[in-house]
Design a protein around this ligand. Structure first.
Ligand SMILES: CC(C)(COP(=O)(O)OP(=O)(O)OC[C@H]1O[C@@H](n2cnc3c(N)ncnc32)[C@H](O)[C@@H]1OP(=O)(O)O)[C@@H](O)C(=O)NCCC(=O)NCCS
Length: 144
């Protein structure tokens, strides 16, 4: 493992365990996640920066234990690796322990329910939940 990869692992480890939001955001930025303004990242949130890229725009709230994956690697039957880009647009809420898979964009003003597993892009101004996550609600009052 090269030095940069080792530092990235250390920053990610520290980000997951840091006691304050400011520290978690700072460590995840150091690990390579693009994070906008006024972003909350809960304790034990896992942002996968091993491969791929994650962008989190302004005013995003990510609850504890959520996981955002930017790659998927299956070592057998047959081996397969997907590397993607995840974008969390402005004013998104992500519920406790939700999982967002590689290649997904969560649209502006949308919410992801607690425990959801999001496999596909989510449009603006909706709430998705469940496994696999589907649209449960459309927000009529969202501001563009
Ligand atoms: C995302 C969330 C805030 C949306 O709430 P909301 O907009 O008020 O949505 P509603 O409660 O009106 O639910 C709309 C529908 O989605 C369903 N739903 C809501 N949350 C769900 C979830 N997490 N998983 C599965 N279905 C869910 C509801 O049962 C409802 O279905 P119905 O229309 O068939 O009755 C809420 O679903 C949620 O997950 N909250 C978790 C908050 C959290 O993580 N807290 C951590 C500490 S702050």
């Amino acid at each position: 493992m090269n030095f940069d990869a080792m530092m990235q692992l250390i920053y990610r480890y520290m980000a997951m365990r840091a006691p304050t939001n400011g520290m978690r955001v700072a460590f995840y930025r150091k690990a390579g996640v693009e994070i906008g303004k006024n972003v909350f990242i809960g304790a034990n949130v896992f942002l996968d920066v091993t491969w791929g890229h994650i962008t989190i725009k302004d005013n995003v709230y990510i609850n504890a234990f959520a996981k955002i994956l930017a790659h998927s690697y299956i070592p057998n039957h047959p081996p397969k690796k997907d590397v993607g880009k995840v974008v969390i647009e402005q004013n998104v809420f992500i519920g406790l322990a939700a999982i967002i898979l590689d290649g997904v964009t969560i649209g502006k003003n949308s919410s992801v329910g607690a425990g959801a597993i999001v496999l596909k892009n989510v449009p603006n101004n909706v709430m998705v939940a469940g496994n696999p996550a589907t649209i449960k609600k459309i927000y009529d009052d969202a501001h563009e």
